[in-house]
Design a protein around this ligand. Structure first.
Ligand SMILES: *Cc1c(COP(=O)(O)O)cnc(C)c1O
Length: 386
């Protein structure tokens, strides 16, 4: 089976993890700060907080931004459920903004229309989670301008997008957002097994997230309500969690980070090769906005169903039957049973639902060979009935 995505683990990665196993610190040692500084420097952010998953990073990002009961979080329906669930974790309500039919990212025009309506109904969002689907950045300048006008905070869910760029700057510098989140799950661009990171240029948000990732407990005298009882003393000043990243994970991250730009370049080269080789097929290949250099986490094609004689499902199954590990990113979140029970219905976000009826993620990962890619292309032709 050719998988839709997979990690690369080199001997250098293995050595880095083994060295940590033989060191004094398995957690709360020097590797986590080293990884944080490495990523912050690479993308151009002031502060970076490593955590045990992007899901945790989204949770503490929302809490740090003050999201709570009575508030709204908005995001795209075409994302992994975690981009929306973080709002529910905070006791807030979640709503969605339909996607742009070209980029499949949250559509700024649909956002503006929804904001105008929400303003009249006094239910404007407090936080917007902008998801950079497949690694292609959202129209952040437009979203940021709307944020200024309507007073919401912005979290970039850049789980797919580390190593990519927006307007010639690395995604993660949070120029147009409050906080950016990365994921280091093995299918993503670089991995720490499980792991995530929150980046910000705002010192108070960084300090708040630092507290929340580790029980809400501080050893910083400046944050305590009174003078320390003694050198053993710590204070719990917020209700936090144990969302810490381990030293083993961070050492793997440091080692993987060295290959980040190479991975993204290779993903782009393979994606461009797909673009060329698939150009004549009855499918839509991923359109790229000129402002973006995508991390190319995923290569999503859309079937032109009116030009082929097979169904979406049949094409998908025929690919799987031929050993091609295709996938579908994503099932619109508002159609999940948990969200339907909150009141969402099929038909609420038509562009997202149209996308879901046509999309297939075909294999793309940096160690993929051109001959493997050729197998995917041949299998796809067959699956489309050509
Ligand atoms: C993978 C992913 C997440 C969750 O990442 P974890 O590190 O697995 O928690 C969140 N949002 C998006 C868009 C993702 O792809």
């Amino acid at each position: 089976m050719i998988p839709y995505g997979r990690q690369e683990i080199t001997q250098a990665d293995v050595d880095a993890v083994v060295a940590v196993l033989q060191s004094d610190f398995l957690t709360q040692g020097p590797q986590v700060p080293r990884f944080e500084q490495g990523v912050a420097k690479h993308v151009g952010a002031k502060h970076a907080l490593a955590v045990n998953s992007a899901t945790s990073a989204l949770h503490i990002a929302c809490l740090a931004l003050g999201l709570g009961k009575g508030d709204w979080l908005w995001t795209s329906p075409i994302t992994f459920v975690a981009s929306a669930n973080c709002g529910l974790y905070c006791g807030a309500q979640v709503d969605f903004v339909d996607i742009d039919p070209r980029t499949y990212n949250l559509c700024p025009e649909a956002l503006e229309a929804k904001l105008q309506k929400a303003e009249q109904e006094a239910r404007l969002p407090k936080v917007l989670v902008a998801v950079h689907l497949c690694g292609q950045p959202c129209d952040m300048q437009a979203i940021h301008a709307l944020g200024q006008r309507y007073g919401f905070k912005i979290v970039e869910d850049a789980s797919h997008a580390i190593g990519g760029q927006y307007q010639n700057e690395y995604i993660g510098n949070s120029r147009y957002s409050d906080i950016t989140v990365f994921s280091f799950h093995p299918v993503k661009i670089i991995t720490t097994a499980e792991g995530g990171m929150a980046l910000t240029n705002d010192e108070s948000l960084a300090s708040r997230m630092d507290l929340l990732r580790s029980h809400g407990v501080t050893r910083d005298p400046a944050l305590m309500t009174h003078e320390a009882d003694g050198p053993w003393y710590y204070q719990q000043i917020a209700l936090g969690f144990n969302y810490r990243m381990t030293e083993l994970q961070a050492a793997l991250g440091v080692s993987q980070l060295e290959r980040l730009d190479g991975y993204v370049a290779r993903r782009n080269a393979l994606a461009e090769r797909y673009d060329t080789q698939l150009a004549e097929l009855p499918i839509i290949t991923p359109w790229q906005h000129p402002d973006s250099y995508s991390g190319r986490h995923l290569y999503v094609i859309r079937l032109k169903l009116d030009e082929i004689s097979v169904s979406h499902r049949h094409a998908f199954e025929t690919l799987r039957d031929q050993g091609i590990g295709v996938n579908l990113h994503y099932i619109p979140v508002h159609t999940q049973p948990y969200y339907q029970q909150l009141g969402f219905q099929h038909g609420n976000f038509p562009e997202a639902e149209r996308y879901y009826a046509e999309a297939i993620s075909v294999p793309l990962y940096p160690t993929m060979s051109e001959s493997e890619q050729d197998l995917v292309i041949a299998a796809l032709r067959k699956a489309l009935g050509l």
